[in-house]
Write a protein of this length. Structure first.
Ligand code: ATP
Ligand code: MN
Ligand code: MN
Length: 408
């Protein structure tokens, strides 16, 4: 930073992966505004606009102090005209008129509610809105058939829209790790995603599983899932097998940002017993959850639930002030061979913008291609090996940024 006519100017490198972004955001008012517009763009399938707002927000998140005047923004990267207009509005008027009108718009509210259902993306929500469906009640009354994921998502709507705490993540970690080790001794499990970046809450819990001997991890996921299912921990799961070797991706040309690891998207049933010492903190928000509507909605095709869950729902209905004995939590499991572990760890730690910026840096600045599986160097026409995240940053010519500083 340099001082110029009493105005503090910031110096910020243009890629988020060159910056240290902690959770101590000094510009939350501004970044909340930009993030809402990013979210709205993403929900409206305007990915480019979404990324532009995300990049602008990330630049402000990396600043060491609150921005108080537009002159401080001179020379900062990633701030387009639209983002600057929004920032100016907030600085001068305390709020952005565009953000406020977006928040009030029926379309945004409907998109939020409908995509709040696990298994419902922006395209599905948009289709439903065009059919006049704006909330869960209208969805329940409609003739729309829901797929298995969406049925589970609707069934557990309130729980899945409550943030997951770190303590809950740790409790689930113990359960999953015990299952992993019991079906494959020596296997290792790592907490990834937002919790690895130090977040205190998340929308889900993400774990990466591997085994120190290459190949031993093959077929692990179905066994872990069977075990957890037999123990009654899974309310829903969808396992996708590893498709990396059979994929048509050329060297350094992944066909999409989606990776090809064996993975499992699940809804975990976390009971009070396992949640242990967390009961008191949760009492308030659990009674909160009862004021919502999803459990009043009639869903068709309730073939999924275990008998005890039906009991739980019945009990909930008859005693609205009573407490449910468990909560549903979204859990993502990924299995990687040890040879790809460092890439998987880096790719699944996030943040999403940090990951996007790493790939952009690799491609635009280094003629390399980074995925959650590998790093390909186009100049040398070869893959670069790595056994740690540090090595990958080094291959990319970047200073190592620890997980807690990847909160772009
Ligand atoms: P939250 O606390 O809201 O869960 P998060 O950072 O953990 O935040 P996730 O959506 O759980 O967000 O994603 C975690 C990481 O996994 C991100 O870095 C994302 O890039 C990566 N990821 C998520 N889904 C996929 C996918 N289908 N393919 C590849 N990577 C993914
Ligand atoms: Mn997550
Ligand atoms: Mn996830």
């Amino acid at each position: 930073q340099t001082c110029e006519a009493e105005v503090l100017l910031f110096s910020v490198p243009s890629y988020a992966c060159q910056r240290r972004t902690t959770l101590q955001n000094q510009n939350a008012v501004l970044t909340d505004a930009l993030s809402l517009l990013a979210e709205n763009a993403e929900l409206s399938d305007e990915e480019g606009r979404g990324v532009a707002f995300r990049r602008a927000a990330a630049v402000l998140k990396s600043l060491p102090e609150p921005v108080t005047s537009m002159t401080q923004l001179r020379g900062l990267p990633g701030l387009g005209d639209h983002s600057l207009r929004v920032i100016k509005d907030v600085l001068e008027n305390g709020a952005s008129s565009e953000v406020e009108s977006t928040k009030r718009s029926e379309r945004y509210k409907a998109l939020k509610v409908l995509t709040g259902i696990f298994g419902v993306g922006s395209k599905t929500a948009d289709r439903w809105i065009r059919d006049g469906i704006h909330d869960l009640r209208q969805l329940g009354d409609s003739a729309h058939t829901l797929n298995r994921a969406q049925q589970a998502g609707l069934e557990h709507y309130d729980d899945l829209n409550q943030p997951v705490t770190k303590a809950e993540a740790d409790a689930i970690g113990e359960i999953v790790e015990a299952a992993v080790v019991s079906v494959l001794p020596g296997a290792r499990m790592t907490l990834i995603g937002g919790f690895r970046r130090g977040k205190q809450t998340g929308h889900d819990v993400d774990f990466l599983i591997t085994h120190p001997e290459e190949g031993r991890e093959v077929g692990l996921m179905p066994k872990v899932v069977s075990r957890l299912e037999a123990q009654g921990f899974l309310l829903y799961q969808k396992t996708t097998r590893n498709s990396y070797l059979e994929s048509k991706d050329g060297p350094g040309r992944p066909s999409s940002n989606m990776d090809r690891f064996e993975r499992c998207f699940s809804i975990f049933k976390l009971t009070e017993e396992e949640r242990g010492g967390m009961k008191r903190a949760d009492t308030e928000r659990e009674s909160d959850a009862h004021s919502h509507t999803s459990h009043q909605i009639h869903t068709r095709g309730r073939g999924l639930e275990a008998a005890d869950e039906d009991e739980g729902v019945a009990e909930e209905r008859s005693k609205p002030a009573g407490r449910k004995r468990w909560r549903a939590v979204r859990v993502d499991l990924v299995v990687s061979p040890i040879s790809q572990f460092a890439f998987a760890l880096l790719g699944w730690t996030g943040s999403k913008l940090f990951e996007r910026e790493l790939r952009r840096w690799a491609g635009h600045e280094k003629s390399m291609s980074l995925s959650s599986h590998a790093l390909y160097d186009s100049k040398q026409s070869r893959y670069l090996r790595a056994t740690s995240e540090e090595e990958i940053f080094s291959h990319l010519g970047l200073e190592f940024i620890p997980p807690s500083e990847r909160n772009a």
